[in-house]
Design a binder for this molecule. Sequence first.
Ligand SMILES: C[S@@+](CC[C@H](N)C(=O)[O-])C[C@H]1O[C@@H](n2cnc3c(N)ncnc32)[C@H](O)[C@@H]1O
Ligand SMILES: [Zn+2]
Length: 332
Amino acid sequence: MFRNISDYCTTYLHNKQVSFLTYFEYAKSTDLFLHSSMESIYLCPVCKQQLEQVNKSFICSQKHTYDISREGYVNFLLANQKKTKDPGDSKLMVDGRQFFLDQGYYDPLAKEINKIILPLVKKSKTKNFNILDVGCGTGFYSGKLQESLKLGTQAQHSTRASKPSAPSAHLWGIDISKPAIQKAAKKYPDIHFSIGSNFHLPYLNESLDLIFSIFSPFDSKELFRVLKPGGKILLIRPAHNHLKELATLIYDKFQLQGNPLDLSESLGLSLLEKYQLGFEIHLKNNEDIMNLVSMTPYHWHLNEEKKALLAKTREFTTGTDFQISLYQKKSA
Ligand SMILES: C[S@@+](CC[C@H](N)C(=O)[O-])C[C@H]1O[C@@H](n2cnc3c(N)ncnc32)[C@H](O)[C@@H]1O
Ligand SMILES: [Zn+2]
């Protein structure tokens, strides 16, 4: 894998007899340009100054230093931002979610997210399009988005000889759970992951073009602060009938889920669209069933009888119900 342009250039020119110009055109039109000429949008959580990358660390003008870990993430979580020693999802929950998502059960949701975001990137006039996944967990949806952004640029390259018009997309992910970010950074080395709190985002004011949250807590004022004027927020929440059959099994009687959280339009956001997406999932073994349960709050409400019942269940079909809302920050 090539980490930068000169690395690629050397190898490419060595293997193939092409002119530098040909190589340059090629690199420009592929995801090799995904991270070139990129400015840091990180903000020092202590003094709120911009952080610059110096070798393997991010440093602010006051010399607060945040090292890039072996896996490639940065830890911005300050001790006073933690309510417990190991905040966020535990390793067990993270492993369960990753295993479940990797089976493809929620792929239709990932496709829907890509269907919304891709045209926004293509249409944008900005040079660098910054996308942030807040409460990103193991980075599953960012990873799927990155894949489709790459396919988009490659397709563009094969149909157009000249310079592509789409901006470079940069993906950022944040989560308070260390085991989640460790996994994410290892699996998706091209995405900028950090450990931090959604309530104290380590990004500069007005530095992001799009922010998305999938089932994660957030502070709307913080989202608003880091979003560029005209930028978008995509929220995915569980809607009323989400996992209805699973809930019925656990509680005997189905209780409607609470109202999915909405963002206040009074913040200076306009709601562009809001709709529901639902599809059925057929869980094909007990491990997948238990992993799904561990991803839900139902997990905390299981009594011994229900635990025994679930342990015996080999297959299960349940419906999903996601509320999808897209907001835009009003331009100044
Ligand atoms: C339901 S999971 C969703 C994970 C991911 N979005 C997905 O759908 O796969 C919620 C995530 O929010 C994270 N989280 C909880 N509180 C947080 C906070 N204050 N700041 C950042 N992340 C937080 C958890 O660690 C967990 O990974
Ligand atoms: Zn600082």
